[in-house]
Write a protein that binds this ligand. Structure first.
Ligand code: FAD
Length: 332
C-alpha cells in the first residue's frame, strides 16, 4: 500500500482470555500524542470472541475508534488466523501507522502481517515520534544496545513497529470518553496444523518483575547462590521482588524471567536497588525509567552510579546484612 492511500494510527489491542495486555493501553496513550502531530484518528484493533466489553476500556484510554474482528476461531491467539484477519483489516481500512506491543504475541504476529502486506517493520522500539520533515520515526537500540537507531519507512504503508512494554505510561482513564465501534464478523478458519489444548501463564514467584513497584536486582558482583537468598530476603522485607542482570541467568542461578535489560524485561518500578551491577547499556536500557534508583557497588566509578539517585560504594556482603538487620529491628 502506498503513502497517498493510507491514513490513521492503529494500535493492536492484544488480549488474552478477555484481559487486555497493558501495552495496548500504553500504546493508545502514545498514539494520542502522535495524533497531535498528524491529526489522524487513533484506532484500536481488537480480535477475539466475547470481548465486546473491552471496547469501552480502549475508548477510555484513548481509542477514537475500535475495530473488533469477531470469530470463535479468534478466541485464543493463533498466529495464522490472526495474521489473515489483520492483513484483511489493513487492506480494507488502510492505516498509515500500525503499532504492536513487543510482547510474545506482538513479536510473533507483527512480522507475519508485515510480510503479507509487503511493508516495513521496526522491532523493539523504545520511542516513537516525527522528524523535522514530518516522517514517522521509530527509535530502537542497535549494535547490542550501544547506540540508538532512528528508523523511518518512507514509502510503504502501513509503517509497522513493535514497542517494548513500560516505555510509555498508561494514560489516565477517562470514563466519559467514547469511541466509534465497528464490528467485523469475520469468517476465518482455525489453524488445522495444531490445536492449543491449554494455556498456562508462567509467572515466577507470583509477581512478574515488570509489574513490581519495588525491585532488588543482583549482578555478577554477587558471589554465591546463598547471597541471592539474602537479596530475596531484602526484597521481601521492603515489599519487592528479586530481579537480576544477565550474568546471573547465564550462571543458571536465576530464571530468564527475572532478567532486566535489552534481551530481558523492561521495568519501570518506583524503586530499584542494583547490587553488584556495573551498568552496561544493555542493562540500563531496561530500567533507566525507574523513579528512584539506588546502587551498591565496590567500584566508585561504576556507570550505574551515573544514573543513580542514591549510591553506596561498599561490599554488599558487609552492607546488606546490616541493612536487613536494621529493617527487621524497625519492623519489630
Ligand atoms: C546483545 C546483547 C544483549 C544483552 N542483554 C542484556 C540484558 O538484557 N541484561 C543484562 O543485564 N545484560 C545484557 N547483556 C550483557 C551486558 O553487556 C553486560 O555484560 C551485563 O549487563 C553485565 O552484568 P553485570 O553488571 O551484572 O556484571 P559486571 O559488568 O561484571 O559488573 C559487576 C559489578 O559488580 C561489582 N562488584 C563486584 N563485587 C562486588 C561486591 N562484593 N559488592 C558490590 N559490588 C561488587 C563490580 O564492581 C562490577 O561493577 C547483553 C549483551 C549483549 C551483547
Amino acid at each position: 500500500m502506498t503513502k497517498n492511500e493510507c491514513s490513521g494510527i492503529w494500535v493492536f489491542a492484544e488480549q488474552r482470555g478477555g484481559r487486555l495486555d497493558r501495552t495496548a493501553l500504553e500504546l493508545l496513550g502514545k498514539a494520542q500524542e502522535l495524533k497531535k502531530n498528524t491529526g489522524e484518528e487513533v484506532t484500536a484493533v481488537l480480535l477475539g470472541s466475547g470481548v465486546e466489553a473491552l471496547a469501552d476500556t480502549l475508548a477510555h484510554h484513548g481509542a477514537d475508534r475500535v475495530i473488533l474482528a469477531r470469530s470463535e476461531n479468534l478466541k485464543a491467539y493463533s498466529a495464522r488466523p490472526y495474521q489473515k484477519v489483520l492483513t484483511a483489516m489493513c487492506e480494507k481500512y488502510k492505516p498509515s501507522i500500525f503499532v504492536f506491543g513487543a510482547t510474545a504475541q506482538g513479536r510473533d504476529l507483527a512480522p507475519r502481517v508485515m510480510c503479507s502486506l509487503g511493508t516495513g517493520l521496526t522491532a523493539d522500539a523504545v520511542d516513537l515520534g516525527f522528524d523535522e520533515e514530518g516522517a514517522f520515526v521509530q527509535t530502537t537500540p542497535a549494535f547490542g544496545g550501544s547506540l540508538l537507531a532512528h528508523i523511518a519507512i518512507p514509502e510503504l504503508r502501513p509503517q509497522m513497529v513493535t514497542v517494548r512494554a513500560h516505555v510509555f505510561d498508561i494514560p489516565p482513564e477517562d470514563p466519559d470518553r467514547r469511541a466509534e465501534v465497528i464490528l467485523e464478523d469475520v469468517s476465518v478458519e482455525a489453524d488445522g496444523d495444531y490445536e492449543v489444548m491449554e494455556a498456562v501463564e508462567k509467572v515466577p514467584g507470583g509477581v512478574s518483575i515488570n509489574s513490581a513497584d519495588v525491585l532488588v536486582a543482583g549482578g555478577r558482583g554477587i558471589k554465591s547462590e546463598a547471597d541471592i537468598a539474602m537479596l530475596r530476603e531484602l526484597a521481601s522485607l521492603i515489599g519487592g521482588e528479586l530481579a537480576c542482570s544477565r550474568p546471573l541467568v547465564d550462571e543458571g542461578w536465576l530464571a530468564h524471567e527475572l532478567q532486566i535489560g535489552q534481551s530481558g524485561t523492561t521495568v519501570k518500578p518506583k524503586f530499584i536497588l542494583n547490587v553488584g551491577i556495573s551498568g552496561s547499556v544493555q542493562y540500563m536500557v531496561g530500567m533507566q525509567k525507574a523513579q528512584t534508583i539506588a546502587t551498591v557497588n565496590t567500584y566508585d566509578r561504576a556507570d550505574m552510579f551515573a544514573i543513580s539517585h542514591y549510591g553506596a560504594v561498599a561490599d554488599y556482603s558487609k552492607l546488606l546484612p546490616a541493612v536487613i538487620a536494621e529493617i527487621k529491628r524497625r519492623k519489630q
